[in-house]
Design a protein around this ligand. Structure first.
Ligand code: SF4
Length: 198
């Protein structure tokens, strides 16, 4: 069931020719505008740049948006920036959904603009559908015990325990056998020194 109060804004990024060189971004924008819950669909040349972010904030205020979909690049690149951007316009930062139409579409569908545009439409359609179900989230800080439990005293476990200890953390290394070393401890000669591994 769709929340009837959802008001989604979709922002389609050209990324210069990175996306617009393959995907018909204007056709994509027009398509997005007709999706359920979408009340504004806007195309930007570079959405992550200051003018692009300002356009998002202006649209949030003008259209009273309560969800934002940015159709651009991978969320690993700019999701935090866009979260901060919508928070700057008064929206909860988690009411953002990103549609990756660059790494997942234009960059891997070069030479076939029609197919790329159709794929981009599907990616944006899914993102807009998901955006309808986003709920505000609050971040809270909780205290943690500064200690680590490493299970298994083989070579990997020993190394992990040493690295954690060198980083200043209390470490508890748990091994089910009477001694640590795992399979490594059973070898009597180890390359390149041809010496006992213990
Ligand atoms: S938001 Fe991503 S896709 Fe858009 S211009 Fe910036 S880097 Fe390019």
């Amino acid at each position: 069931m769709t929340n009837p109060e959802v008001r989604i804004g979709v922002f389609v990024c050209d990324c210069g020719s990175n996306i617009a060189g393959t995907v018909d971004t204007e056709a994509l924008r027009a398509y997005a505008e007709e999706l359920p819950g979408v009340v504004a669909a806007i195309r930007n040349k570079y959405t992550c740049a200051d003018p692009g972010q300002q356009e998002i904030q202006t649209a949030i205020r003008e259209h009273n948006l309560n969800r934002v979909v940015v159709a651009s690049c991978s969320p690993t690149t700019y999701e935090v920036i866009f979260r901060n951007c919508i928070a700057g316009a008064g929206l909860n930062p988690y009411l953002l959904e990103m549609a990756n139409i660059r790494e997942h579409c234009s960059w891997v569908t070069t030479g076939n603009g029609k197919a790329a545009t159709e794929k981009a439409k599907r990616i944006v359609k899914v993102a807009a559908a998901r955006a309808r179900w986003l709920i505000p989230q609050e971040e809270e800080q909780i205290s943690v015990t500064d200690a680590a439990l490493v299970i298994g005293g083989g070579v990997a476990g020993i190394q992990a325990a040493l690295d954690l200890a060198d980083s200043g953390h209390q470490v508890y290394l748990v091994e089910q056998n009477p001694s640590i070393g795992g399979i490594m401890a059973q070898l009597d000669k180890v390359y390149p020194d041809i010496e006992c591994s213990i």
